[in-house]
Design a protein around this ligand. Structure first.
Ligand code: CO
Length: 209
């Protein structure tokens, strides 16, 4: 028997429990996909958005990768943003970083190699740009500082994507947010408030970079 048999059993009893409470649940789920939020987060298994937000997963459209990066030449991330905004009509895009991030720590300790090294290049550049600020701090403090600044950077990348720029030009209601999750307390912090226009995005860029 497969080692993952237990997971299939868990799935069966999960579906069964839901159907016994609400017989039409999966029929309704199959007929509608209208999440209000796009979440761009880290792949870290401790940071699943439906769990931290205590929301049903169908309310959150999700893109996750190592260190919640938004590269303008990443067709996967750019397609997610395009589909979320143009088709699903999400109202909010949240970029969320977190404390104790393996990707951030690897960059700080210069322990990246292979594809991860390539993927995290922009984070390395960011680290170099604030080297003075990071010098005196402990590893934990440095990783929080870099994770927060990385969120701000990735927020500006979301804002400059063609999809978001066009949505704002068309007067659509769309806001972008930068948050950080503290794994040691379970608490999310809003770093930037609501960014609702190209002008407010430019103000963030001006302030930080
Ligand atoms: Co992480």
């Amino acid at each position: 028997m497969s080692e993952l048999h237990e997971l299939l059993c868990r799935n069966f009893s999960w579906a069964d429990k839901i159907k016994s409470r609400s017989p039409d649940f999966f029929k309704n789920l199959s007929e509608r996909h209208r999440p209000k939020y796009l979440w761009i987060g880290c792949s870290d298994s401790r940071t699943a958005p439906d769990r931290l937000l205590d929301l049903p997963s169908e309310q959150i459209f999700v893109h996750r990768n190592i260190a919640n990066m938004v590269h303008s030449d990443d067709a996967s991330c750019m397609s997610v943003i395009q589909y979320a905004v143009d088709q699903l009509k999400v109202d909010h895009i949240v970029v969320c970083g977190h404390s104790h991030c393996g990707g951030v720590r690897a960059v700080l300790e210069e322990q990246t190699s292979g594809p991860i090294d390539q993927w995290l290049k922009p984070l390395s550049v960011l680290k170099t740009s604030i080297a003075g600020k990071l010098k005196q701090a402990s590893l934990n403090e440095r990783s929080v500082t870099l994770a927060e600044l990385n969120v701000v950077k990735q927020v500006t990348n979301v804002c400059k994507s063609a999809t978001v720029q066009t949505a704002w030009e068309m007067g659509e209601k769309l806001s972008v947010h930068g948050w950080i999750f503290d794994v040691s307390t379970g608490i999310l912090k809003d770093l930037l408030g609501d960014i609702t226009s190209a002008r407010s995005a430019a103000a963030v860029k001006e302030q930080y970079f």
